[in-house]
Design a protein around this ligand. Structure first.
Ligand code: ADP
Ligand code: MG
Length: 228
């Protein structure tokens, strides 16, 4: 793979929010190269624009200007249909509060995106079970979210984020709602996903303990970044 398809490259990225008459700049001419095939952590204080950056990479929010290339795919300028395809195939997303469907089993939560993408129910369930096994929940397949611990719920959410074999997983404060033991298990699982599945993982955290576990660590301050 050549280097231009191996990285997320961000150049001149700007984003501001309008609040009444005021324009509040959040990202100002951000330039960043994020290595692939590893766990990259983005740290920074609350309000520094971490979620904004992640939401732009997830194509949940749009940028005002700049360029973003994800594994050679230019994000800015894509049509809505192309962005939907990008969200369904290239990336997987993990949230702080899991966002699992409460009345579905772990298996069905993970199978749902495959099913919605046109896979048969039977095959989708089979794939879901195998990914749940990979995240260490082979003994929790039929459990519903309310029967799972916070750490287990997040592992189901990670299984859902990787079941369609994305290249890149974006996670916003994935350990923000977990105790320290479960948080460490999630970090170990992320490293396993990188090693065994060749995934690229970009994770936002305000917790320096978790941030330190990234192969590459990026700090964000007032819309500017520093790589360590
Ligand atoms: P972080 O994730 O680092 O805590 P955010 O990216 O969520 O930071 O927010 C950065 C700044 O942008 C904050 O000052 C926040 O108030 C502002 N902001 C975020 N989303 C919106 C929005 N939808 N409308 C207006 N301001 C927003
Ligand atoms: Mg945030």
């Amino acid at each position: 793979m050549n280097s231009s398809t191996n990285y997320i490259q961000i150049s001149g990225l700007s984003k501001s929010y309008r609040q009444g008459e005021e324009n509040i700049p959040v990202l100002e001419d951000l330039n960043l190269v994020i290595p692939g095939n590893e766990l990259v952590t983005l740290m920074g204080p609350s309000g520094s624009g971490k979620s904004t950056l992640l939401n732009i990479l997830s194509a949940i929010e749009s940028a005002d200007s700049g360029q973003i290339s994800v594994f050679g795919e230019e994000l800015i300028g894509k049509t809505e249909d192309q962005l939907t395809l990008y969200r369904r195939t290239t990336i997987g997303i993990v949230f702080q509060f899991f966002h699992l469907l409460p009345y579905l089993s772990a298996t069905d939560n993970v199978a749902l995106p495959l099913f919605l993408n046109g896979m048969s129910k039977k095959r989708a369930k089979k794939e879901a079970e195998s990914v749940l096994d990979l995240v260490g929940l082979g003994n929790r397949l039929k459990f519903s979210p309310k029967e799972l611990s916070g750490g287990e719920k997040q592992r189901v959410a990670i299984a859902r984020a990787i079941v369609h074999k994305p290249k890149l997983v974006l996670a916003d404060e994935p350990t923000g709602n977990l105790d320290s033991k479960s948080s460490l298990q999630i970090m170990e699982l992320f490293h396993k996903c990188v090693k065994d599945l060749g995934l690229s993982l970009f994770m936002v955290t305000h917790n320096p303990e978790m941030g330190k576990m990234g192969n590459t660590q990026i700090e964000m301050l007032d819309g500017k970044t520093k790589i360590r």
